[in-house]
Design a protein around this ligand. Structure first.
Ligand code: CTP
Length: 397
């Protein structure tokens, strides 16, 4: 999504400037063309040389200096940008922006851009809470700029409070959401389930499965990047929630059913990537079950079939993780659950299935037509799947 995009990253004077440098590195690695604009105070914290090393492009500091591209006019950076991110954004820079001052290259660039602007403030908590800063933020927000953070935590003053710049990962997420806001899922609500449910045996044990949640989280991210409002119903996983995605944490299949059914109200799409336990222990022991010399039998009862229970006029997509007879099992599942699409994968194939970052799947539609995709990253699989979902959407959202 960031491949080839022109992103202006403004870095202002703050101890968080090194995180701005990390952001430059992350965006560059994601394929963006990053034009760094460093303010005079910013240059007290990170050097143009370091930033040029990270972006592989000229770094701009001075309106009047003929840096890098000699032909560049003073408004060129803003004019050609797909997005402008200021991270860290100091109180002084936000005050300048709120009042339309063009007294440095960064503020001039923001004045001269039609691209979306994202600000990640960083300052002392008292400065952030100050009425002047809050008034400036309100003006910038009202003019359509997106503000992310600041977060609570330890500040440069040694005090704790709200003023820390959010982490670069969150800024990348916010930027992707901003760039995708007019994507082909804009105005749509997409519900995604992810992870493996856990069915309690006693207070310390459960029946579970190896699902990592990576496929579902990649779908949530990809749908967000295309402008959707995403609700991610997630069983316990070790992944961080993608920025801008609404996560509903659940543990058991029954909790997942309740959360998915509730989330599907008004939804356009349901994608069930979760590995839902088909059975749960009939009883949950109140106390930890003790070891004895005897063997033991667990009584299991079926859990609800979530996909089968979700009614309504939405596009429904299931996954079929199979270890044998892939196509036959997947097609049979699709018919039984009345799905629009099913994503079949052979969990025994190399690079596919639980815990991996890649997946090799076949997407089957209602007519029985099967599209076999190559081995791709889970994010790319998610993109290809959404390419198939979009034409199935009803015209009005
Ligand atoms: N699924 C569901 N509710 C369940 C079990 C599964 O909604 N109780 C969904 C899964 O999220 C997946 C699809 O149904 O999208 C197929 O899941 P799978 O476990 O492969 O199918 P089952 O119906 O459980 O069939 P089997 O376990 O016999 O293969």
């Amino acid at each position: 999504m960031l491949e080839g995009k022109r992103i202006v990253v403004g870095i202002t004077g703050s101890i968080a400037a090194h995180k701005g440098a990390d952001l430059v590195s992350k965006l560059t690695q994601a394929g963006a063309k990053v034009d760094v604009v460093l303010t005079e105070s910013g240059a007290r914290f990170v050097t143009p040389v370091a930033l040029q090393g990270l972006s592989g492009r000229p770094v701009y500091t001075d309106v009047f200096a003929a840096t890098g591209d000699l032909a560049i006019s003073h408004v060129e950076l803003g004019r050609r940008a797909d997005a402008v991110v200021i991270a860290p954004a100091s109180a002084a820079t936000m005050a300048r922006l709120a009042h339309g001052l063009a007294d440095n290259l960064l503020c001039l660039t923001v004045l001269a851009t039609e691209a979306p602007v994202l600000l990640a403030p960083a300052m002392d908590a008292l400065m952030f809470e100050n009425a002047a800063t809050q008034a400036n933020l309100a003006i910038l927000r009202e003019r359509g700029m997106t503000i992310i953070g600041p977060a609570e935590g330890r500040l440069a003053s040694g005090m704790r409070g709200r003023g820390r710049m959010v982490e670069p990962e969150a800024i990348v997420g916010a930027l992707r959401r901003l760039l995708g806001r007019s994507g082909d899922l804009a105005g749509r609500k997409v519900v995604v389930s992810a992870g493996g449910t856990q069915e309690p045996i006693d207070p310390v044990r459960y029946v579970g499965n190896y699902s990592s949640g990576k496929m579902g989280y990649a779908i949530a991210e990809a749908a967000r990047d295309r402008g959707a409002r995403v609700v991610l119903v997630s069983a316990p996983v070790a992944l961080s929630t993608p920025y801008g995605v609404e996560k509903v944490p659940v543990t058991t299949a029954e909790e997942m059913r309740d959360a998915v059914v509730a989330a599907c109200a008004g939804a356009d799409v349901l994608i069930m990537a979760a590995a839902v336990a088909d059975y749960r222990p009939a009883e949950r022991a109140g106390q930890k079950i003790k070891r004895t010399k005897e063997g033991m039998t667990l009584d299991l009862v079926p859990t609800p079939d979530i996909l089968a229970e979700v009614k309504g006029d939405l596009v429904r997509v299931g996954f079929a993780a199979e270890s044998e007879d892939l196509m036959r099992n997947a097609s049979e599942k699709m018919a039984r659950k009345g799905l629009d699409l099913i994503v079949a994968n052979d969990i025994t194939a190399a690079g596919s299935g639980f815990g991996t970052d890649t997946n090799q799947v076949t997407i089957i539609d209602k007519s029985g037509a099967a599209e076999t995709l190559p081995l791709l990253s889970k994010y790319e699989v998610a993109c290809r799947l959404l390419d198939r979902v979009v034409p199935l959407l009803k015209r009005s959202s």
